[in-house]
Design a protein around this ligand. Structure first.
Ligand code: G6P
Length: 591
């Protein structure tokens, strides 16, 4: 994973990079570092720890110079140590590199470089890059030429930036299978894994294609193809919501993003009706439809699957993107793959979509990043329009994804506007759900914070909400939680229910109510503490989380909100940072 950023311009680079790295921290936060070129010197500071910790220790922000590269790491090769933190340098400390990705052939390259006399300081795959560049630079070539020569030797995924004392005044970057975007702003130019890192300064950006090279200097940004030919590329302008990447007074990004949900529904439904109707027809016409996604996006897809069936009478399957390649044999030109990913960069989803495309399938993607790798390779792209989501645990993106599945399903029966209006009406109810439950769930979290296991049950369209509720809880509060169809409880998990075990029952007053309640009673009679998410009261509840009465099909959207809040308050009451859960990253760009 990891996030990289480069800046070249008239301002001091280090404070800009420090802020940018904080925006990229969602991509990894076990180590950080920066390199600047100043007064004929290459200055590098790096260490293990979150960016603020590394800054406190090494004063990253105070590094001098108008040109710098920076990195925030999620360890893959080599532990989170100072030596393994980026930037990495060549033998003579004349050039520095930051990298996102995995150089799969790094061991072979490393052995060859060692045989040729190079010394390595880290266990990372990345370190081969500065040593390979060093050899080219020793032949007297320009930095971009060195990058063009070295890049084809690297397998399989990289986005890296380099700067060198031997060709100062520029940052050179390239990418393959990992994102890299340039932010253009006259005398101040940026290059990063994510536009969020520079969107506060400029919203004009240019995405690099595979194997393209960017040469960034203070007054211009040039692009080259893999053969070194100059490219003319058009900048696009990001929507202004991308300039807002602060917490806006909230203590955490997660709470801010949950509280934005009512507004997010309004933004998401602003879609092109004709486009949706055509896409819905494509879904109906396809011989088989497969939805591929990971994590929270997969749970949104599971709700989508019910909606396609219930409203559009179209059966489809949802496959975990990491397992998708094992089903590739049955993918062909009659297959429509809907790839769902907030970031559009999740390696498993991108790989699955690529494999399916190569087999002739049509790729439709649902992303929040219109300039992402997944969007780039898709035939059709639907944008969530929910603005930047920074907290590792997805919340508002999930609500947006649900809204998109509603719009698509209703478009299958020519009722896009009906769905858009119905969802628009939901905003006030979602607000009410948030406001009524926030304080109560804070109290409940204090009551339950020391429980070690939670079970979430539901049926039908609400089953995915049980799974999403459990995922939220384990991701950010580190409590074991399982979500399952209520009917499955008695086929094994019931054995784990003891006196006081919390069982969260999602039982809105819909077609699933009676049967789900029966399963809750079975758990309660074994001692479970029943926390019900419902608009209908029952004496069997030990704790009732009230949700508003809505149209049967819409319940998932209101039922998930208190579960997001519950997980949030549980994390806070246990002293966990919900924005940066241990071991996780928001954008998993490795398989
Ligand atoms: C990671 C994150 C999850 C997220 C999943 C899919 O595992 O920690 O919160 O749901 O990736 O991300 P995507 O960007 O593809 O929706």
């Amino acid at each position: 994973m990891c996030g990289i950023i480069g800046y070249c311009g008239k301002k001091l680079a280090a404070p800009i990079l420090f802020e940018a790295l904080k925006c990229l921290e969602y991509r990894g936060y076990d180590s950080a570092g920066m390199a600047t070129l100043y007064d004929g010197q290459l200055l590098v500071e790096k260490d293990a720890g979150k960016i603020d910790e590394v800054n406190q220790k090494h004063n990253l922000e105070a590094l001098p110079g108008n040109m710098a590269i920076g990195h925030t790491r999620w360890a893959t090769h080599g532990g989170a140590t100072q030596a393994n933190a980026h930037p990495h340098m060549d033998c003579h400390s004349r050039l520095a590199v930051v990298h996102n990705g995995i150089i799969e052939n790094y061991q072979t390259l490393r052995h060859e470089l060692i045989k040729r006399g190079h010394h390595f300081n880290s266990e990372t795959d990345t370190e081969v890059i500065p040593h390979l560049l060093e050899e080219e630079m020793q032949n007297g070539c320009a930095l971009e030429q060195a990058v063009l020569t070295v890049a084809p030797k690297l397998k399989e995924s990289y986005a890296f930036l380099a700067l060198s004392l031997d060709d100062p005044g520029k940052i050179v970057g390239t990418r393959k299978n990992n994102p890299l975007l340039a932010g253009i702003d006259g005398d101040n130019n940026y290059v990063s894994s994510d536009a969020l890192a520079f969107s506060k300064h400029t919203r004009r950006l240019i995405t690099l294609g595979h194997t393209e090279v960017v040469v960034l200097s203070s007054d211009r940004v040039e692009f080259l193809d893999a053969e070194g030919n100059k490219l003319v590329k058009q900048a696009i302008e990001l929507d202004e919501s991308w300039a807002d990447n602060g917490k806006n007074g909230y203590p955490t990004f997660m709470l801010k993003e949950i509280m934005e949900e009512p507004e997010v529904i309004n933004k998401t439904v602003q879609q092109d009706e004709r486009k949706f109707t055509e896409m819905a027809l494509d879904i109906l016409r396809a011989r088989q439809v497969i939805i591929a996604a990971c994590g929270t996006s997969r749970y949104a897809a599971l709700v989508g699957r019910y909606l396609f069936s219930k409203i559009g009478r179209k059966f489809c399957d949802v496959v975990m993107a990491s397992e998708f390649s094992y089903f590739a044999d049955s993918v062909d030109k009659n297959t429509l793959v809907i790839a769902v990913s907030q970031s559009g960069e999740t390696a498993d989803v991108v790989e699955g979509a690529k494999t399916a495309k190569a087999a002739g399938a049509e790729i439709m993607s649902i992303v929040n990043r219109p300039n992402s790798t997944l969007a780039d390779l898709s035939h059709q792209v639907i944008c969530l329009k929910c603005g930047p989501e920074v907290s590792v645990a997805a919340t508002k993106a999930f609500i947006s994804q649900l809204a998109i599945f509603y719009l698509l399903s209703f478009s299958m029966v020519n009722s896009f506007s009906k769905a858009a209006n119905q969802l628009g009406d939901m905003c006030s109810r979602v607000s009410k759900t948030l406001n009524c439950n926030n304080g109560r769930l804070y109290e409940l979290s204090h009551q339950l914070k020391d429980r070690s296991d939670f079970y979430y049950i539901a049926r039908g369209i609400n089953f995915a909400i049980a799974s999403e509720g459990a995922l939220k809880l384990k991701e950010i509060s580190y409590i074991h939680a399982e979500g399952m169809p209520a009917g499955e409880l008695k086929h094994g998990t019931l054995a784990l229910i003891e006196q006081g075990t919390p069982v969260v029952v999602i039982c809105p007053a819909d077609y699933t109510y009676d049967e789900t309640l029966n399963n809750a009673i079975e758990a309660k009679s074994r001692g479970a503490y029943i926390i019900a998410v419902s608009d209908r009261e029952s004496e069997i509840y030990d704790y009732w989380i009230k949700i508003p009465r809505v149209d049967e099909i819409i319940y998932p959207m209101v039922a998930v909100i208190p579960l997001q809040l519950l997980a949030y308050h549980m994390a806070i009451s246990r002293g966990c940072d919900p924005d940066k859960p241990r071991n996780l990253a928001k954008s998993v760009t490795v398989k």
